[in-house]
Design a protein around this ligand. Structure first.
Ligand code: 5GP
Length: 177
């Protein structure tokens, strides 16, 4: 039976403050551009809710879901599980994610969405893991850079648990038998 503890990594107050700062930067960068803000499901929804409540510019809200084909890591394929409702051509797109780990899913998603001729694509992520990546990702907006630990809370789950935690914690398996 799995036995683990959740150790606090980032306090709620710190997250709220930082999200306010990120929103301010996005407001400044996208003033008058009416970007499509696309929440990447599922985990991005809580960060997005806080981010959007702090933004003051006009934007179009949309949602997108994607998953990599399991067991085919090098194939470069992803499956869109929920597509955008808004046509992308000529529009600025901001993808809102909970976490960028390897970044592979987002990398493939960006390549796929580029084919729809958006004016630009950028990524706003609450968390960015500090690991090496051998491809470019347009992560223009980042809440926190974190160590390579498995984190939960603020939309992030561990087997669908802990998404509702109001802070970011990491799973500590030390107690496991
Ligand atoms: P990627 O490796 O493609 O950047 O990450 C794909 C997805 O894996 C993320 O969107 C997220 O759903 C999940 N993921 C990656 N790292 C973590 C983590 O530390 N905690 C949780 N809960 N999910 C993660």
């Amino acid at each position: 039976m799995a036995n683990y503890e959740i150790k606090k990594l980032i306090e709620r107050s710190e997250i709220e403050k930082r999200i306010g700062e990120v929103a301010e930067t996005i407001d400044r960068d996208y003033e008058g551009k009416n970007p499509i803000v696309a929440v990447v499901l599922k985990g991005g929804f809580i960060f997005a809710a806080d981010l959007l409540r702090n933004m003051h510019i006009r934007f179009t809200l949309d949602f997108i879901g994607a998953s990599s084909y399991i067991g085919k890591e090098s194939s470069g394929d992803i499956k869109i599980t929920k597509d955008l409702d808004t046509p992308l051509s000529g529009r600025h797109l901001i993808l809102v994610e909970d976490i960028v780990d390897t970044g592979l899913t987002l990398h493939k998603l960006c390549r796929l969405l580029e084919q729809r001729d958006p004016a630009s694509i950028s990524i706003a992520t609450l968390l960015l893991k500090e690991i090496e990546r051998d491809f470019e990702l347009p992560v223009e907006y980042c809440g926190f850079t974190i160590p390579n630990k498995f984190v939960v809370g603020f939309g992030l789950d561990y087997s669908e648990r802990h998404r509702g935690l109001p802070y970011i914690g990491y799973i500590d398996m030390k107690g496991q038998e």
